[in-house]
Design a protein around this ligand. Sequence first.
Ligand code: HEM
Ligand code: HEM
Length: 208
Amino acid sequence: MRRHQVNEYGFWAIGLHWLIALLIFGLLGLGFIMRRTAIDPALQFSLYQWHKSVGLVVLGLAALNGLHWLAARHPAPVPTLGPIERRASLATHLALALLCLVVPVAGWTVASTTPLNIPTFFFELVVIPPLPLGRSEAGEDFWSLVHASTAYLLLALAALHVAAALYHHFVRHDEVLLRMLGRKGPQGGNVRLASPAPQPAPREGRKQ
Ligand code: HEM
Ligand code: HEM
């Protein structure tokens, strides 16, 4: 197993990052479709159940990721980042990590406050108990608004985050994205992907 070193993310950090990212993009799409399109009620019920089950998996993985973040050694920021970039990236990462917890908890709260009283079947295996909250239409509307707005805020931040990762890779040619893909550039330096290192010009009149 790969271990955290100063300049790289470890196996668990990389695995959890990409798994959570994949599931979240799926949930955002599924949430939007199941909520806004007119579909057969049986299919809609099933989509809601899948959404809730996978959303609870994300909650578990995000909690695990948070614990891992606190416990494991963390790679230092890529040295080519300036002080403002370091602060901005730390703030974005913290906000993303926090939203990965807040969004599913708010979703669970919607399911727990709706007067429709529909059970949450976790992958048709067990029933997840509702949070101990009163059921009312006002409560459902409120938590539904919180769930939707935090979910779309997560989408906006993730888009910014992806744009930053692509900018670092294709414009700055540094190792920000490579580190999260488990690949490593030269310790602490830029990874020049396209252009070879410049060679010194031969001195005039000197025989090679
Ligand atoms: C990171 C995880 C999650 C994401 C990204 C997510 C995303 C979304 C999105 C985008 C919507 C549509 C909002 C709209 O357009 O109105 C939605 C709706 C919904 N989600 Fe989630 N969700 C997550 C986790 C959960 C969990 C864990 C549950 C419940 C256990 C849940 C229950 C619901 C319900 C009940 C709705 C429909 C709300 C309504 O009828 O207004 N979600 N979700
Ligand atoms: C909803 C989806 C995503 C979420 C919630 C998310 C969240 C995060 C978080 C919390 C970190 C900090 C990890 C740590 O410090 O241990 C991080 C790092 C990173 N993410 Fe994402 N991410 C998402 C999607 C993506 C995607 C699609 C890409 C690539 C295009 C990406 C590229 C990166 C990179 C390159 C880093 C490392 C940045 C650095 O070392 O400074 N992420 N992400």
